[in-house]
Structures are given as C-alpha cells and as structure tokens.
Design a protein around this ligand. Structure first.
Ligand code: MOS
Length: 743
C-alpha cells in the first residue's frame, strides 16, 4: 500500500462545512410548519407533584399543547423493558411517567407552541405544586450507606481480585502513606446543547434530528419506548457540537420531542437550555482512599485503593475507578474496593475517560506523595515499579510503550533539570513547579460495519452509522478509503450519523477509529478486489497476468509499480465492464481469542509546569508535555488535537471545573457557563506538546490503532496537582485546586 494519507497531518474534511456554517446541528435543521417545545423543570429534588395547572399556559395564543404526566400519551412506554446501549443496571428515568420527582430540575411538563418565544413564555405560566420529600444529595454525609453494586454494568470491569494480604503488608511496610482524595461533580458542558427536531410525516413516519453519539441507539430507544417500527424511524446526526460522553444515552428531550410529534401529528423541536444541561449527565462525585506501603528503595509492597461514587436512586451507574492502580503497579499485596452511594440526583454519565480520570488522579497523586516520603524522584519511583504485564490478571499487553513515554516525555520536558525540593524553583515572585503523572485508558475494538461505493470519476463514498463528535471520524474514514483505493481524498465522500447506514456501536470509549476504521478498510478492500478483477478482465488488459498482491492502487489507477505502461484507470475499468458502481459492505469484529489472552491499553506520561503567585493564590499551567503510546496514529493533526483537547480538559479538572451543590435545596447552583468554570484561552499555555511514541501493535486491531479520544485527559490533573505541590509544598487533595485552597 502506498502511504499517501495515513499517519499524515490531514486537515479535517468536514472543516469547511463547520467554519462556513453549512454543517447543520440537531436544533437547526429547517423543517416546515415546525412547533417548538419548551421544558418545565422541577424546583424540588424529591417528592411528588400534587397539582399541575396548565390552564394559563394553554390560554396563550399560539400554544398548541401542554404535556404533563397527567395527559402524556399512553402509547409511550409500551415496552417497559427498554434499555439503551449504555444503560447501567436499574430503571432508566422515564420523563413525565408519573407524579414522582427523582431529582432537581427533572422535566415535569413540555409546552408546545407555534413559535419558540410563545412556548418559552407559556412555560413560565405552568403552575406546579409539590409535596416535598426529604432528599439526600451529600456523598460525604451518606458515605456510611455505600454498597457494592449487586449487578455489574455491562462493559465495566469490576474491581480486580485482591492479591496477597494488603492489611498485613501495610502494617509491616517500613514506609507508608494513607491519603484521601475527593473529586467534585463535573458536567460535560459541550458547546452545543441537547436538541431534537422531529420531522413528522404522513403515515407516522418520523425523521429525528438528534444530538447524539449513537443514532441507532436512539432509534432503538424510540422504537421500543413508543412501539414504532424501525422502518418508520430514521435518526440523523451528521454533526455534534461536542459531547464528551453526554450524548451516549438518549436524553430526555428525545422522548419529549417524539412524544409531542406523534401525539400532535406535527413536527416538533425541543432544545434544552444551558441550565437544563445541568439536570442530567455528569461525572460523579467521588471519595477515594489510597494506602501505599514500600521499601525505602521504592519497591511497592502493598497497595489499597477504595473509591465511593454517587449514583441516582434508580440506577447503579458504574465506572472503572480503582482498577487502574492495579493495572499500573505490581504490588504483591493489594486490595480494591468500589462502592456506590444512592443520592437524589439524576444518574451520572460517562464523561471523557470515565473512571480513569478519577482513579488515575488518585493513584498518581499518591505515588507522587510516596516519592516525597521516600525522597525519590517521582519518575524513578514509577520506573522502580514498572510492570510488563497487566498486574490485575497477569495478562500480557498487546503492547505497552509506557517506558518510552516516560523517557521521551522527560527528555522533551527537561525533567532531569528539576530540583526535587518543593519551593526550590522561583522566578520573580512566582514559584515554579514541575510535576508528572502516568495515564492509561482502554484500547477497544468493537464490531462495526461500513459500506464503500466506487463510481466513475473516480468517486468513492464510505458510510457507517457512527458519529463524529469533533474527534475526526469523517477525516480518518476518508483517509483510509482514499489510501486503500488509491484515489485522492477529495474524491471521497463520507456519510455517517444516520441510522439507515451500516450498523455501528455508539461512538465512545475511544474505540471508533480502530473499529470503524477496520470496517472501512475491509469494505474498500472488497471493492478493490472487485475492481482488480474488472481491470484484469479487460480486453488486452495491461494487467492480464498480474495478481492483486503485486499491483498498486494509486492516482486513480491500478498499475504495476515501476511499469507505467501496465496501468488501468479506475474509470476505464468501470466503463468497459458497463458497471455503474462497485459496492461492498463489510462487518469487522474483534478477534475473540486475542481479547481473552491480552490486555489492551493506551498509556501516557504527562509532564506539567505551573507557576504560582502565592500572594494571589493563582496557579497557572505554563507548559505541558504529553507523551502518548496509542498504537498507530492515523492522523497527526486530528489525533494531536484529541490529546491536546484532553489536556485542556485535564487542566479544567485540576483547576476549574466543579458543579456546586446546595444540599439544603438538593440543587446545583452554578448551572451556567458564567459560574461553572471551564478553562478559557488565557488559562491554557501556548506550549502543549503532544508526542506520539512509536508503538507497533498488529494485535490490538486490524489497523494497529488504539484510539486517542480519552487518553489525553487521564493523568493530566495529577501531573498539575503534583506540580503545584512541587511549587508550593502544599498538597491539595480535593479538586479543583482553587485559590481559596492555595492561600
Ligand atoms: Mo466517551 S465518555 O465513551 O464518549
């Protein structure tokens, strides 16, 4: 295969559509005779609606209907057993199901009007009376009620088995630390709010434009909840303005818009407000305890990691928090506990590297603390405990170039010039700190399908029902297709985000590049085979005696390398055969044996520099180097941007992000982007350097790809916290590290 596009810094193929505004988002699709739904949210966290009065709202000219639990159609929830692809065990939240209130800002009514302003005004007139119940929203106060979830969540590894006797080993260890770390609620806050536009057509056919990471997941949600036929429901989501995991599950505006459309037999759009975006989907609040016992030379003897996370009353939301400690460090004695506490909040949701961001923050801070305890360099301590196997189950990795990440990251950062003593590096009135941490994430390959269609031109279309949430899926699909069939990337069109396209899992877990990539390549290879047969079969074909292993597909031709006379243009092959299009659809899944034999992970080493002005309590991140080993990198530009974006989100996690609950009200208070702080440009250093460490891994997925969407955030907050300790001598163990905690 001639290497034209793969591994290069190819610009986004969807870039022009995005910057010119041609890309349409769920709340923007023009639909004739559209009505607008506005959601009314509950003001209490727990209790019952005793009275709901829509009369005033219904009296406003232009209001079409007000839906509440009292008049919602009975056609909804026909199938009470629906579960979406990522639902944790429990009972999924059902909007407008009954009078019960399960969390603050739960949707209690939908006002539908001929225009948005009328709907919004009328929504303010809906009167709701409640019988308030006692709510519990405080994880710290409720930690005594923590329980081990009785049912495991699909796809989430339970904590690893204990090794040796951690309690005894800790007691006997010559050096030890025991620490507690706390992480706050965080909300995903993608730029684009959740929105659903339902185009209602005759005969009950629905076209649903939704903001989602899984069009087919939303389609099956709609068909099972409303008892509709799959053939009558098409879900479309070509562009997603960020999601970070909040779009993995169908959100409540999907239900409300489809309910209103089917009941009114009208097209309906429901867009959530920024404040309503805070009523569901968040990274859980956690408390983690870590104990480490070690020899003076740094060898770990004992490790315990316990995490408690909050969940809702109705679902046991689970993520993988404590396993990362066991994966990374080979203490002979170790124990791992993961528990949940039920709270009167909506269910948490996967948020970029769910579980790993939290667990790795804790272990990588604790390792740093142990390094100071032992007077060892934090990097040397990690190397002293480096493992070649997944210590949780003894399996080898398909590949693990973490050592090279440490080495290349340290070299680029200049780690060897670090003065180990806290408060030892200053410039002007600023303290300078250098910290580092390890990152790890999963490298999954999921079963997925893609279709390739080659036409004269040549023009090539590749299609799959997957999503591009800003990650670069369009671009890598185009690169792989162009590369495999030897056509310019400009000749490739990519279709995705449409439930009628070949089957794809939700876009998540950083598995899309590996999984959809493999399917696109397989479909294109099948087309390649068909095309070669046509070319060879031409009368007096220049390729008459050639076989497919020896030809190359390049510049829109099939040719023998080094012999320009033996070449057939794609167009000629198609025309001569009288074939309008060559098409193939292929499904590629993971190798089962390899899944069982190997652990599959990405790794990284993050190095951060901070400058702290102690008088003001302000910490700035001034430099980050993130060295990542993620198998083959398909696109240096979009891949580099994924890691950089992860680092930015990690800076937010370390210094800014925190959704603040008022436990008296059971309600999030800073539910807007003015008071929920995310990093802005001024918070982000010009120098975020991403190093892709070479990692050859034919085992992990057909393309050798591991995925990059999530690894960039993992470890970043710990590296920054460790740098702040190095700068100031102050260890902040509850995130985010804000001014008040530093002063
Ligand atoms: Mo990711 S949290 O699987 O979108």
């Amino acid at each position: 295969m001639s290497m034209t596009y793969l591994g290069k810094a190819v610009s986004r193929v969807d870039g022009p559509a995005k910057v010119t505004g041609a890309a349409r988002y769920a709340g923007e699709f023009p639909v004739p005779e559209l009505t607008y739904g506005v959601v009314v949210s509950s003001t209490i966290a727990r209790g019952k609606i005793t009275r709901i009065d829509s009369a005033a709202a219904l009296g406003v000219p232009g209001v079409v209907q007000v839906f509440t639990h009292e008049n919602r159609p009975h056609t909804a929830y026909l199938n009470r057993s629906w579960r979406d692809e990522v639902a944790p065990p429990g009972a999924p939240f059902r909007p407008l199901y009954d009078a019960e209130i399960h969390f603050s800002a739960q949707p209690v009514a939908l006002v539908v009007a001929e225009d948005f302003e009328t709907a919004r005004y009328a929504a303010s007139l809906v009167r709701v009376e409640y019988e308030q119940g006692p709510h519990t929203t405080d994880l710290e106060r409720e930690r005594g009620t923590a329980y081990v979830p009785p049912k495991k969540r699909n796809g989430i590894a339970p904590p690893p088995d204990p090794r040796g006797n951690a309690v005894e080993a800790l007691a006997a260890a010559p050096r030890k630390i025991a620490r507690q770390y706390v992480s706050p609620f965080e909300h995903h806050n993608p730029m684009e709010p959740f929105a659903t536009t339902v185009l209602w057509q005759d005969a009950g056919r629905l076209t649903v434009f939704d903001k989602t990471q899984g069009v087919q997941n939303v389609q099956s949600y709609i068909t099972s909840v409303f008892g509709l036929k799959a053939a009558n429901v098409q879900v479309i989501s070509p562009f997603v303005g960020g999601a970070f995991g909040s779009g993995l599950r169908p959100q409540y505006q999907v239900f409300l818009a489809v309910m209103a459309a089917t009941e009114l037999e009208r097209s309906v759009r429901v867009t959530l407000t920024r404040q309503q975006m805070f009523s569901f989907s968040y990274r859980p609040n956690t408390i983690q305890a870590i104990s480490l016992g070690a020899r003076p030379d740094g060898k770990l003897l004992a490790l315990t990691h316990e995490a408690i996370g909050n969940t809702s009353q109705h679902e046991d939301y689970q993520e993988t928090v404590v396993n990362w400690s066991g994966l990374l460090y080979g203490a002979e004695n170790a124990s791992f506990i993961y528990k949940l506490v039920k709270t009167d909040w909506a269910s948490p949701a996967d948020m970029r590297a769910p579980g790993a961001t939290l667990g790795v923050f804790a272990i990588e801070t604790a390792i740093d603390e142990l390094a100071y305890e032992l007077s060892l360099d934090p990097l040397a301590l990690r190397l002293a405990n480096y493992t070649e196997r997944d210590e949780n189950d003894g399996k080898p990795f398909t590949s693990k170039e973490l050592r090279a990440c440490y080495q290349q990251g340290a070299e680029r950062f200049g780690w060897s010039k670090r003065n180990p003593a806290p408060r030892s590096m200053t410039e002007g009135r600023e303290l300078i700190g250098w910290g580092m941490a390890t990152g790890a994430w999963e490298a999954l390959h999921m079963k997925a399908a893609a279709r390739a269609t080659l036409r004269a031109g040549p023009m090539l279309e590749v299609a799959s029902a997957t999503a591009d949430i800003g990650t670069g899926t369009y671009t890598i699909m185009a690169q792989i297709a162009a590369e495999t069939l030897g056509v310019p990337i400009e000749a490739v069109s990519v279709k995705l985000g449409d439930s009628s396209l070949p089957k794809s899992p939700i876009e998540g877990g950083s598995w899309t590049a590996a999984s959809i990539g493999a399917a696109v390549q397989a479909a294109c290879e099948t087309v390649r085979g068909k095309l070669f047969k046509l070319a060879r079969g031409l009368e007096n074909s220049p390729l008459a005696n050639a076989d497919i292993e020896h030809v190359e597909f390049a510049d829109g031709t099939i040719r023998l390398p080094g012999d320009p006379s033996r070449s057939v243009p794609i167009d000629r092959a198609l025309a001569a055969a009288g074939t309008e299009a060559l098409e193939a659809e292929e499904t590629v899944g993971p190798g089962l044996i390899s899944s069982r034999r190997f652990s599959r992970n990405t790794h990284s080493a993050v190095f951060a520099e901070v400058r702290v002005d102690e008088e003001l309590g302000i910490a700035r991140v001034t430099r980050v180097v993130n060295a990542v080993a993620a198998g083959r990198i398909l696109n240096l530009k979009t891949g580099g941007s994924q890691v950089m974006g992860g680092v930015v989100m990690g800076i937010g996690m370390a210094l800014h992000e925190e959704t603040m609950p008022d436990h008296a009200l059971g309600r999030f208070m800073n539910h807007n982007l003015a008071e929920y702080h995310i990093p802005v440009h001024a918070d982000i250093p010009a120098a975020i350097e991403v190093i892709f460490v070479e990692e050859h891994d034919p085992e992990v997925s057909p393309l050798g790809v591991k995925g990059l969407g999530e690894i960039g955030i993992v470890g970043t907050a710990a590296a920054i916290g460790n740098a702040i300790y190095h700068a100031t001598g102050k260890r902040v163990r509850d995130l985010p590290i804000t001014i008040d905690k530093l002063l």
